[in-house]
Design a protein around this ligand. Structure first.
Ligand code: 4AD
Ligand code: MG
Length: 498
């Protein structure tokens, strides 16, 4: 058996592929079977003159997603997907699929989500999962190379890590337990044993908000480093992101092409230093005339673009009636694109006035909302690092800035192009008495944090770390508008199945 992504090693040889029918076109004496095998797509040409009559007829009965074994000669063809096609000499059907619910025509996203178990086979979904895998593996590579060890934090916990409002509660043999929101507190314990550690695991938040950035179950990578300060923490985050992006750009070019990802800004994020500004500077930027002006410009640009693509839509719709078949296919595709773009622009135009309002009136001391993050990052090509947030909006374990007690030594990394926060981290409070005080201030029960406080009793040291949200990172790198397409089976408000 040969895999499609190895066809270049078998040029002009006869091989057997095993896979599924992605698409079929037939004419009287020839069937074009587009076959996928998990590693790629290959056009397989079944000519009436090259196979037995039975095989030719059988090929005519195949339907989308039927499974088969197919044998033929590998021929280089630059116009073909993947660069090679198969000139078929034999074929064996494994199963003829029932009518497949997902056809090449357009489906609504709700329908596709209901059929997520099948949707995963579609090209774009396939490409996104391939990129996700490369991101995951590159994260392990990065940390292992840097001398970190991976630790697995528990999923059942007795204590909250990130505030009590988003806890999933469960019954643990008559005791209350929660699904973990973050492995960090346990990571701190391991960092005191191993120096530099990272977690890589599922985390849970009972997020009631239905946004394109929130899941209830998501994967987080949390490095924790003894003796690190805020600057070292930021440096590590930047170096890690650059490594991840560089790896994806090197190894997943074809998949990014399938996703139609414009990689200009990713290339910058892989190579250029990231701008670092304080929360206070970010607030000033948000409220500035320059930001207001930028939003005005955005509004008029979008209005112009809307008028021009609506005009194009009229024109190609007129052309459609008398167009040749191949051109009709092109036009249909373009119409789909235009509709998607119109939706996007109309949404932007609805939002911009609100964004302007909330940016202008932003009060120092609040946390940034999704639109604030979008506006802040619009002014930079690379990710934006924001540090020193008001302690009030941040978690109990964060150390205060010795220069200003109102501030926490916190850091967020915001991805450009409107993708928002992908990393949140901080320096941890290392004084026993101060940490006890914070636990009390946050109305957290001291007895469940006893073990955590112990870390400040026995050889307490300055330390820091952060959490990277895997799905938001995948969304950004793939250019996906919603995190639901970044994980095989997303869990979010209103979605538990399939
Ligand atoms: O900023 P957060 O809440 O930080 C922590 O949990 C810290 N304990 C991390 C640490 O310092 N070790 O979450 C970290 C990241 C966010 O920046 C975001 O990328 C992701 O986790 N995240 C979510 N992703 C998807 N859906 C959600 N509901 C998310 N909540 C957070
Ligand atoms: Mg955060």
């Amino acid at each position: 058996m040969t895999y499609i992504n190895q066809l270049s090693d078998h040029q002009d040889k006869t091989v057997t592929l095993k896979g599924w029918i992605y698409n079929i076109r037939s004419s009287k004496n020839i069937h074009f079977l587009e076959v996928r095998d998990g590693t790629g797509l290959c056009q397989c040409i079944v000519g009436a003159d090259n196979v037995s009559e039975e095989v030719f007829e059988a090929a005519g009965t195949l339907k989308q997603e039927s499974s088969l074994e197919i044998t033929g000669k590998v021929v280089k063809d630059d116009r073909s997907v993947g660069g090679y096609e198969l000139h078929v000499s034999d074929m064996k059907i494994i199963q003829i699929a029932e009518n497949y619910p997902i056809t090449p025509k357009e489906h609504g996203v709700e329908f596709l989500m209901e059929n997520r178990h099948l949707w995963l086979r579609s090209r774009r979904q396939w490409a996104a999962m391939q990129v996700r895998n490369t991101i995951q593996f590159s994260i392990h590579r990065f940390f292992q190379q840097e001398g970190f060890i991976q630790m697995d934090a528990p999923i059942f916990t007795a204590n909250a890590a990130e505030g009590t409002t988003t806890l999933f509660e469960t019954d643990y043999f008559d005791e209350k337990a929660y699904l973990t929101q973050s492995g960090q507190l346990y990571g701190e314990a391991m960092a005191m044993a191993h120096g530099k550690i990272y977690t890589f695991g599922p985390t849970f938040r009972a997020e009631k908000s239905k946004t394109r950035r929130h899941l209830t179950e998501f994967w987080m990578i949390e490095p924790e480093m003894a003796f690190y300060d805020l600057d070292m923490n930021m440096e590590l985050a930047e170096k890690m992101l650059q490594f991840i992006i560089r790896t994806v750009l090197e190894e997943k070019k074809a998949e990014l092409d399938i996703l139609e990802r414009d990689t200009t800004l990713l290339e910058k994020a892989a190579a250029e230093p990231y701008k670092r500004i304080s929360y206070t500077e970010a607030v000033n930027q948000l409220k500035s005339d320059k930001t207001a002006q930028m939003l005005d410009e955005m509004e008029s640009d979008r209005t112009e673009e809307l008028a021009s693509i609506k005009k194009e839509l009229e024109e190609i719709k007129k052309e459609h009636g008398s167009a040749k078949k191949w051109r009709k296919v092109q036009i249909d595709q373009r119409i789909k694109e235009i509709h998607a773009r119109i939706d996007q622009i109309e949404e932007d135009l609805r939002n911009i006035p609100e964004w302007k309002e909330s940016a202008r009136n932003f009060d120092w001391g609040n946390d940034f909302g999704g639109s604030d993050e979008t506006i802040l990052t619009m002014q930079y090509d690379t990710p934006l690092i924001i540090h020193r947030y008001p302690a009030e909006v941040k978690a109990f374990y964060m150390k205060r800035d010795p220069e200003d007690d109102k501030l926490a030594l916190a850091v967020d990394v915001l991805a450009p192009e409107g993708f928002g926060e992908i990393i949140g981290g901080s320096v941890r409070e290392d004084s026993l008495n101060t940490l006890k005080k914070r636990v009390a201030e946050h109305n957290l029960p001291e007895e469940v944090f006893k073990w955590y406080l112990d870390l400040r009793r026995y050889g307490s040291v300055p330390h820091a770390g952060y959490g990277l949200g895997l799905e938001r990172t995948v969304a950004w790198i793939c250019g996906l508008g919603h995190v639901r397409e970044t994980i095989p089976f997303p869990r979010m408000l209103g979605r538990l199945r399939p």
